[in-house]
Design a protein around this ligand. Structure first.
Ligand code: IVH
Length: 667
C-alpha cells in the first residue's frame, strides 16, 4: 500500500513536470488546464495525507503561499561575471582579434545569441533537483530567492532524466517578463496608482524581491538559461553542446544560439536579430558573442569583472539633436505631474518626435536643462524618447530657467510628494479633470461599485458635457441628462438610473477600492472596510492607527491617511453622504466582527465546508484566513488527516480546534 502511494505520487509529479515543460518551455501543451488542475489537486491531497513522501522538489511547492521574512545571502560556488559591452561591429572585430591572439583559429569558434533584458540568477541543481536559487548580487554573493524562483513555472524543479544529468550544476540565466505580461501588470498598477515599471528588467527585479510568494507567482515571470557556473560531472565540450543539454533536461535556454565561424557571419546574425527585435515577445538589448569551446574559454580566463571569452554587442540607440521650445507640465491619469519637453520636430529611428519626457522635475536640474536649449535625444528601441544631454556649447543667451509649479496645472490642487526622498509630485484631487474620466471608469467597474451600463463611452460623454464633475455627481444624474447622450432612449436611461440606484447599497470595501486610492487594491480595501467600518470613521483615523493594521504597510498607511486628509477628498465624501451614499462595512453586515483581528489557518479535509467557503466565512466574520502557521496565528482549524501545519501549530503552541468547534464559534 505505501509503495503504491509512493508510486502514484511519483507518477503525478512526473506528469505535472512534463505538463509544465510542454507549456512553459516548448509552448506546446499536451493537456488542458482542467486536467492540469486535476493532477495538481490529486497530488496535493496525496501529499497532505502522506507527509513522508512530500519533497522539496514537488510541483505543489509552486502553489503554496507564504510570506518570507527577508532574504539571506548566499555565496556562489563560482563567481557570477558580467559582460564587457561593445557598441559597434568594429569593437567586435577588435575583440575577436584579441581572442585569436591567444588561441589557434579553428572552425566553429563562436556562438551568437540574444542578450535578454532581465535579471540574472544562479540556479543550483543537486542530483537533478533545484536546491537553491540566488540573485547575482555583487558577483560573489547574492540573495537567496529560492522560494520565489520556485513559483516560476518555466524553471524546472527537477531536470528531466538523462544519462548526462550532472551530480551538481550551477545554471545561470535571466528572469524576465514578457512584453505583454508587463503591459497587463502596468495597467493593473495604474488602477491602484502604483508607479509603473519602465521596462521588463525593472519589473522582473522588483518582482523577484517581493516577500509574498503568492504575489510573485501572479507576476508571470519566466526564465531563459544562458551560461554555466560550476559543473560536477561530465562537462560539455562547447557552449552549444551545453545549450543542447539544457534543452534535453527541460531547461528553457536562450533561443537559437548560432555557431558562427567568421566575423561576417556574426554581424549577419546580430543584424537579423536587430531587425526582428520589436516583434519578439520579450525584450532584448543586444547580442552576446561567446567563444564556443569551453576549454578555450577556461584558457582565455577572466579579467576583474568579465570574461575574455565573451562580449556583448549592444544595439545602437539612435540619437539626434534638436531644440527645446518649451517645457510643459502634464498631469497623468494617476495624478503624477510630469514635465515634458516640447521639441522642434525631428526624425529619430524612423519616427518623428516632437515631445520627450523629462520623467520628473529633478531630471531637469540633473541635466541642467533650460528652455531654448539644444539637446541630444535618443530612442533606444523603447517607446518613449529621452533627453540625453544639453549641448552647452550652443547656448546663445536666449535660454530661460524653468520654474516648478506649486499647483496642479489641471485643477489648481496642491501637489504632494509621497515621501521626502520621492521624486514624483502628485495631485490627489479625485475630481481633477485630468484624472476624472479614468477614475470614474474604475469606480464604476464590476469589481468596484459595479454600475452596469456606465462604461467608458458613457463616462466620456458625461464628463465632456460637464454633467459629471466629480464621482458623486453620478448620484445626481437625471433622466433628461441621460437622454442627451448618444444612443440613449427611454429604456436605456431608466436602466442606467436603476443600476446607479442599486450601487448606493454596495459594500464599503468596493466603494473604497473604487476610489482608486494609491496602493489600495481589493484586499486592502477589504481590510480597511472591516477594520474601520465607515467612511466617517476613516476620515478620523490617525496615521498610527492605519500603520498599526497588520496588512497595511507604512507606505500604504501614509497614502490612505493623506487621501482622507485632503480637503478635496473630504468635500467629496460629504457630498456622497448628502446624496445618500453611505456604504457600510461588510463586517457589520455579517457576524459583527466575531473573528475581528484573528488569523486562522485550515489544514486537512473539512466535512461541512469547502476550503474556500470556510476561508470566506472567516473573512466575513472579520478575521483573516492565511495559509501558513506562525506565532501570529490565533488558531488552526483541523479537518480530517491534518497536514504539516498541525504539527507546526503544536510546536508553536498555537490553539488548535476541530471543525465542530469552529462551526460553533461562527454560528
Ligand atoms: S553570458 C560571464 N548570455 O547580461 C557572463 N549573459 O551584462 C555570463 N545576459 O550578467 C553571461 N543574456 O545576466 C550571457 N545570452 C546571454 C545573456 C546574458 C543576458 C546578462 C547576464 C549578464 C549580463 C551582462
Amino acid at each position: 500500500m505505501p509503495d503504491q502511494i509512493k508510486n502514484q505520487i511519483k507518477k503525478l509529479k512526473e506528469q505535472i513536470n512534463r505538463a509544465d515543460y510542454r507549456y512553459y518551455v516548448l509552448a506546446d501543451p499536451e493537456i488542458s488546464d482542467a486536467e492540469y488542475d486535476c493532477l495538481m489537486s490529486k497530488l496535493k491531497e496525496l501529499e497532505e495525507h502522506n507527509l513522508q513522501y512530500k519533497s522539496a522538489d514537488s510541483p505543489t511547492v509552486r502553489v503554496s503561499g507564504g510570506i518570507l521574512e527577508g532574504f539571506r545571502t548566499l555565496k556562489h560556488k563560482q563567481k557570477m561575471l558580467s559582460l564587457d559591452n561593445s557598441y559597434s561591429f568594429d569593437e567586435i572585430k577588435e575583440w575577436m582579434e584579441r581572442v585569436y591572439k591567444s588561441m589557434p583559429r579553428l572552425e566553429g569558434e563562436f556562438t551568437v545569441e540574444p542578450k535578454i533584458d532581465g535579471v540574472s540568477v544562479n540556479l543550483v541543481y543537486d542530483k537533478g533537483s533545484l536546491s537553491v536559487a540566488s540573485t547575482r548580487g555583487d558577483g560573489q554573493t547574492g540573495e537567496d530567492v529560492t522560494e520565489n524562483i520556485k513559483t516560476i513555472r518555466s524553471v524546472p524543479l527537477k531536470l528531466l532524466e538523462s544519462s548526462d544529468t550532472p551530480d551538481s550544476i550551477e545554471i545561470r540565466g535571466e528572469i524576465y517578463m514578457r512584453k505583454q505580461d508587463l503591459s497587463l501588470l502596468n495597467k493593473e498598477r495604474e488602477v491602484v496608482k502604483e508607479t509603473i515599471f519602465a521596462n521588463p528588467r525593472n519589473a522582473a527585479a522588483g518582482s523577484l524581491k517581493l516577500l509574498d510568494r503568492a504575489i510573485v507567482a501572479e507576476r508571470k515571470l519566466r526564465f531563459f538559461a544562458h551560461s554555466l557556473g560550476e559543473y560536477k560531472g561530465d562537462t560539455p565540450l562547447t557552449h552549444w553542446e551545453f545549450i543542447k543539454r539544457l534543452q534535453k533536461w527541460g531547461v528553457p535556454a536562450v533561443e537559437e544560439a548560432k555557431v558562427c565561424f567568421t566575423f561576417e557571419e556574426i554581424v549577419g546574425v546580430c543584424q537579423a536579430w536587430q531587425k526582428k527585435r520589436d516583434s519578439l515577445d520579450y525584450e532584448i538589448d543586444g547580442m552576446v558573442i561567446k567563444v564556443n569551446n569551453i576549454s578555450w574559454q577556461k584558457r582565455l580566463g577572466v579579467t576583474l569583472k568579465s570574461p575574455r571569452w565573451a562580449v556583448a554587442y549592444k544595439f545602437p540607440a539612435q540619437q539626434v539633436t534638436t531644440k527645446i521650445n518649451d517645457i510643459l507640465v502634464q498631469v497623468g491619469r494617476t495624478g503624477v505631474v510630469t514635465p515634458v519637453a516640447a521639441l522642434d520636430p525631428v526624425e529619430c529611428a524612423g519616427v518623428v518626435i516632437s515631445r520627450a519626457t523629462l520623467h520628473n522635475f529633478d531630471e531637469i536640474g540633473r541635466l541642467g536643462i533650460k528652455i531654448n536649449d539644444r539637446v541630444v535625444i535618443e530612442r533606444a528601441g523603447e517607446v518613449i524618447p529621452k533627453i540625453v544631454k544639453v549641448i552647452f556649447s550652443l547656448r546663445n543667451g536666449n535660454e530661460k530657467d524653468f520654474v516648478i509649479p506649486k499647483a496642479c496645472p489641471a485643477c489648481g490642487g496642491k501637489l504632494i510628494k509621497e515621501k521626502e526622498e520621492e521624486v514624483a509630485w502628485r495631485c490627489l484631487n479625485l475630481s481633477c479633470p485630468a484624472q476624472l474620466e479614468e477614475g470614474l471608469i474604475h469606480f464604476a467597474s464590476r469589481s468596484a461599485i459595479d454600475i452596469e451600463g456606465l462604461g467608458e463611452a458613457v463616462i466620456e460623454q458625461l464628463v465632456r458635457k460637464g454633467l459629471v464633475k466629480d464621482f458623486a455627481d453620478i448620484y445626481q444624474l437625471k433622466k433628461e441628462d441621460l437622454l442627451t447622450l448618444e444612443l440613449f432612449k427611454d429604456k436605456k436611461a431608466d436602466n442606467l438610473l436603476e443600476a446607479i440606484e442599486l450601487s448606493r447599497k454596495r459594500e464599503l470595501s468596493r466603494f473604497l477600492y473604487g476610489l482608486g486610492i494609491r496602493h489600495v487594491g481589493e484586499k486592502a480595501a477589504f481590510v480597511l472596510s472591516r477594520k474601520f467600518g465607515s467612511l466617517k470613521r476613516l476620515m478620523q483615523v490617525k496615521l498610527e492607527e492605519f500603520d498599526a493594521v497588520y496588512e497595511i504597510g507604512p507606505v500604504m498607511a501614509r497614502s490612505i491617511y493623506e487621501f482622507f486628509r485632503q480637503e478635496s477628498s473630504r468635500r467629496l465624501m460629504d457630498k456622497f453622504s448628502s446624496l445618500g451614499v453611505s456604504p457600510r462595512s461588510e463586517s457589520l453586515i455579517v457576524k459583527q466582527g466575531l473573528l475581528s483581528g484573528k488569523t486562522v489557518v485550515f489544514t486537512g479535509e473539512l466535512k461541512n465546508f469547502s476550503r474556500s467557503q470556510a476561508e470566506k466565512i472567516v473573512r466575513q466574520a472579520g478575521g483573516s484566513a492565511t495559509s501558513t502557521v506562525s506565532k501570529n496565528t490565533d488558531f488552526v482549524v483541523i479537518g480530517n488527516s491534518p497536514g504539516l501545519k498541525y504539527r507546526k501549530a503544536k510546536e508553536l503552541g498555537v490553539t488548535v480546534i476541530n471543525e465542530e468547534e469552529f462551526g460553533r464559534m461562527i454560528l
